[in-house]
Design a protein around this ligand. Structure first.
Ligand SMILES: Cc1cc2nc3c(=O)[nH]c(=O)nc-3n(C[C@H](O)[C@H](O)[C@H](O)COP(=O)(O)OP(=O)(O)OC[C@H]3O[C@@H](n4cnc5c(N)ncnc54)[C@H](O)[C@@H]3O)c2cc1C
Length: 383
């Protein structure tokens, strides 16, 4: 494991930062206010190589790894956590296609997923509970050479702006009585699929999150992603690895933004005839934010290195996400506290940072889930 950036990674970081400064930072407050998602930027992000950064070049990707992907998520997250949520939700589907697609499916879909021709979503969560994965009510029933999908998905990002949706559905029950899940590629021009309710989120408002309704949605058997019965594995791997890691990196970006905002404010604000930054109590807020940021960064880049090395990442992504979401909320609070009354004036971005940090807690698995994973590993490893 090597968390020091190579020269190439430093250049990428610079390129991603410049893109974020030019296209994201100036518009983040507007997207947040309007709860809008700037899909017109999607092909530009494709051109930059971010969408398929970890996809092999033969399928239209850049052929790099997850450290590079996390660099993009951190830099973009610092400028607009909402917009970055739009991107990583697409990457959930890219990961699913790359890891589980047949050769034919990869050749057909990955180039357009990487260059930004088509926006994708991954619909796993259902109203009956995201954590209770196997309790799927969405079904896919075989009908001749086709499958017919019925049911309702909720909380999926890119629900109202995707061109394709990967839908997990129950295709049977195993001998132990547990639902067998499979995943299907559904183009949004299929008349059996329609976005439903659009959620009015408190944070991550540069992305759209809502329901997807499937009504007698007929797809050919070739629309099944990979093999029958792979749905749970696809959901756990992509949400657990791409989703969890992305949210952690976005939170690191939020923490950096909190530090920058706090430092600027502390230097500019004059109180008792001197900058606020001279007051020791204010410096403690700054120290706490810095500590949060450095620990959050260390955890997520370590997890990304493990992923690139082909090692298990469940524990490290879980720790990075649990710490990252908590620390981002805490950092936003430190920033608000050091700014006094200005901290809650919406002219400043820190109110958005707080709402974005809170909205990062559930996607990619809740804190309770991460604690279960961390505890199980710790009880085994430290016994
Ligand atoms: C901004 C945003 C974007 C999202 N994007 C997507 C997406 O693109 N695709 C998608 O499929 N989903 C998406 N989700 C859904 C997300 O994955 C779910 O919110 C998450 O899995 C939790 O599911 P839930 O909200 O149904 O909560 P529940 O599963 O109902 O959990 C409620 C509470 O119970 C706790 N809990 C549940 N089970 C246990 C247990 N066994 N032990 C202890 N505690 C437990 C949870 O930790 C939580 O605190 C998104 C959500 C948000 C907020």
């Amino acid at each position: 494991m090597n968390v020091h950036f190579t020269e190439e990674q430093k250049m990428l970081q610079q390129a991603f930062r410049e893109f974020a400064e030019e296209y994201l930072a100036p518009n983040a407050a507007k997207w947040d206010e309007e709860h809008s998602c700037p899909t017109e930027l999607f092909p530009l992000v494709g051109e930059l190589g971010v969408l398929g950064i970890f996809v092999p070049e033969e399928y239209g990707g850049v052929g790099l790894g997850h450290v590079e992907r996390i660099i993009a998520m951190e830099e973009f997250g610092r400028a607009s956590a909402g917009f970055t949520t739009f991107l990583f939700a697409h990457q959930l589907a890219v990961g699913a296609m790359n890891d589980f697609g047949t050769e034919e499916q990869k050749k057909q879909y990955l180039p357009g997923m990487c260059d930004g021709t088509a926006i994708w979503s991954l619909a796993v969560t259902e109203p009956g509970g995201g954590t209770d994965l196997y309790n799927h009510k969405v079904t896919a029933e075989k009908d001749g050479d086709d499958y017919i999908i019925n049911g309702r998905k909720c909380f999926l990002t890119n629900s109202h702006n995707c061109d394709y949706c990967i839908v997990t559905a129950k295709t049977g029950v195993n001998e132990k009585g547990r639902n067998i899940l499979s995943a299907f590629i559904v183009p949004m021009d299929n008349e059996g699929i329609k976005p439903g309710r659009l959620e009015n989120k408190s944070g991550m408002r540069g992305s759209l999150t809502g329901d997807m309704i499937l009504t007698n949605c007929r797809v050919p058997a070739s629309a099944m992603l990979g093999a029958d019965g792979k749905g749970a594995q696809i959901a756990l791997k992509e949400i657990g690895e791409i989703g969890r890691a992305s949210m952690s990196a976005i939170c690191v970006g939020i923490m950096k933004a909190c530090i920058e905002e706090g430092v600027k404010f502390a230097n500019d604000r004059i109180i008792y005839g001197k900058p606020l930054a001279k007051i020791q109590a204010i410096q403690w807020h700054i120290a706490e934010m810095r500590l949060n940021y450095e620990i959050g960064r260390a955890l997520i880049y370590r997890a990304a290195c493990y992923k690139d090395e082909g090692q298990a990442t469940t524990l490290w992504n879980g720790m990075a996400k649990l710490f990252g979401t908590r620390a981002a909320v805490e950092s936003a609070q430190h920033c608000i506290e050091l700014m006094g009354g200005y901290g809650v004036i919406t002219e400043y971005p820190v109110d958005r940072y707080m709402r974005d940090a809170l909205a990062a807690i559930s996607p990619g698995g809740t804190n309770e889930v991460h604690k279960m994973v961390i505890a199980a590993d710790t009880l085994k490893t430290f016994a």
